[in-house]
Write a protein that binds this ligand. Structure first.
Ligand code: ZN
Ligand code: ZN
Length: 361
């Protein structure tokens, strides 16, 4: 391009000079346009799934409900383990799967999103071309019309494309007097750029995004990631690094954090929020026992949690523990007997009961 510009400077005249100018400008526009479309489309998709997918319509509690519902419907023990042991990863992966399915299912929404964005940006570029030409064509007072034209053009597209005016210095001294020819020349030079992008979008993959749409969605649900040191439930505060204590609305049976009664094979079905009003103690380190009633004395992380006494347990976990008792016994190398006997009332909780109760929250 540098060589052709050099040749242009000495040899080209009129129309061919305009073509060279337009080709050069479009070679700068093409990568900037492609980048801008993926960036904007990622935001468009994130916004759209927030409106269209019920899981994402509310706050983190709503999403939590849909994740638990999904787990119950799939009824796969390994999925539950993933959710319980790596809640942050599970959340991100859940969002990723939902967003990608939405974009890539038979409706081929990804292509539509990209094409719509391309159409809007194409119109913006065309308008910028016409606007710049209109401003410049009658400026008989100016000799550096092309420089002026580029100023106008970059300014008009400033909100849409990252097209630094300084990158176009090499062509600003072109001796183009008939600025009006630029409208046609630009239309011709842009056409293959747009065609190439359209073709690319037909086979677009999520991996084409630098900033992934699901990451943008996940950022909106990023809250505190701290886990209850007893049961592993995630702090429900919506602010990461929030002030004050961590807390959750509902704690869970401690077996979900892998706990057994000391020196027995009895799994612990009690929840932390009951334990804190009991006379039991828990062990930290090798042999240090702390009464549950003074759990904060155990130091970090216990001291950063506010766990008020509350015996209520969600039906969901009663259903889960009784439905997956064998798998839980194997996983945590213990038994639901002795102090870990599952109450008969838990065994009558159905999945429907459990989900119906969750929905109320
Ligand atoms: Zn807990
Ligand atoms: Zn917290």
């Amino acid at each position: 391009m540098e060589l052709s510009l050099y040749l242009c400077r000495i040899s080209c005249q009129g129309a061919s000079c305009i073509t060279t100018f337009a080709d050069f400008l479009c070679s700068k526009i093409a990568p900037a346009l492609r980048h801008a479309i993926y960036e904007k489309t990622a935001l468009d998709i994130a916004q759209d799934v927030k409106n269209k997918i019920p899981d994402f319509r509310g706050n983190i509690s709503t999403l939590e409900y849909y994740m638990l519902k999904y787990l119950a419907e799939e009824e796969k023990f390994e999925n539950f383990m993933y959710y319980l042991n790596a809640p942050g990863d599970f959340l991100n992966n859940y969002i990723k799967t939902k967003v990608e399915t939405y974009c890539l299912d038979k409706n081929r929404r990804l292509e539509t999103f990209l094409r719509d964005c391309l159409s809007r940006y194409y119109e913006n570029i065309q308008s910028a071309v016409f606007a710049s030409t209109t401003v410049v064509k009658d400026r008989k007072d100016r000799k550096d019309k092309i420089s002026l034209w580029l100023d106008e053009f970059c300014r008009a597209l400033g909100d849409v494309l990252n097209l630094p005016r300084s990158d176009l210095k090499g062509i600003e001294h072109q001796e183009i007097t008939d600025v009006e020819f630029l409208n046609n020349a630009m239309a011709e030079a842009l056409s293959p750029v747009i065609d190439d992008l359209r073709k690319e979008f037909e086979e677009a993959r999520m991996s084409s995004f630098e900033r992934q749409p699901h990451t943008i969605v996940a950022e909106q649900f990023a809250g505190c990631q701290e886990l209850c040191p007893f049961c592993g439930a995630v702090c429900t505060n919506t602010m990461p690094n929030h002030d004050g204590d961590h807390r959750v609305v509902f704690h869970r049976p401690k077996v979900l954090g892998g706990r057994r009664w000391y020196k027995t094979d009895n799994l612990v079905i009690d929840i932390c929020s009951s334990s804190v009003s009991s006379d039991c103690s828990f062990r930290i380190g090798e042999d240090k026992w702390i009464p549950y009633k003074k759990y904060r004395d155990a130091g970090h992380p216990y001291s950063t949690w506010n766990i008020p006494p509350d015996p209520s347990m969600q039906a969901y976990w009663k259903w889960f523990v009784s439905s997956f008792r064998t798998q839980l016994e194997q996983r945590y190398d213990g038994k639901f007997h002795g102090k870990g006997e599952i109450p008969a009332s838990w065994q009558t909780v159905t999945k429907q009961n459990a989900l119906a109760e969750l929905e109320k929250w």
